[in-house]
Design a protein around this ligand. Sequence first.
Ligand code: 13P
Length: 261
Amino acid sequence: MRDRKPFVGGNWKMNTNRTTSAELTRGVVDALAPVTGTDIAIFPPFPYLLAVRSILRDRGSSIQLGAQDCYHKPDGAFTGEVSLDMLKDCGVQTVLAGHSERRHVLGEDDEIVNTKLRAIVEAGLTGVLCIGETLDQRESGHTDPVNQRQLRGGLADVSADALEKIVIAYEPVWAIGTGKTATPEDAQDVHAKLRKLLGQMYNADVAKRTRIIYGGSVKASNAEELFRQPDIDGGLIGGASLKAPEFAGIVKAAAATGSKG
Ligand code: 13P
């Protein structure tokens, strides 16, 4: 049975420019050159994908190139959208689906998230399915049902085999960009429940081998205690991924905790 190798993603969101995206890529590559045993991906804004890919390739880096979103249709009259073929053409290997900002700022629901995730997997890429409850939902005691609904909805009609190419990212909305991190115990509690649900939806093997990563104000200083939890397999990092040394510190914390399963 395959172990769960840690996965750490740097989601740059709508940040950087042509100069700083290149500087950040070089900084991350240099800082992480000696690190092994962890899957690392960076998710720059669309316009900088090709330039970031060139730097990764020139330096022989194993860091994966990620995209923050996609459209599920292959081509056609969809002004402003970007297809998976276009992303593959730019060297993208991993794509986010259902990030909380796409759900809550840009109005994506479970159905569109599921459509995108299935398209990502069908394109042969790795999909990162993002789920998580809002503060209101947590405070009103709805954390578990919300995450269960988003997991079931996001994975509707996704086969057990396809789960090989999917990472689940639990990102409580109230912890994103706020400086408030879930305690390691609270995050572990949600991750364990999500893993149990994967077991019910699929089987024990899928539950055991699927990586569930945590996102929400992860920093180099709090990463290791989060990643030491038995069901937390790495992180999806926003603000802290915009500083190469900080991001490198987080990846090193994941590498230090090693594979699980
Ligand atoms: P922060 O790390 O800035 O809280 O963002 C988390 C996130 O949304 C990663 O996708």
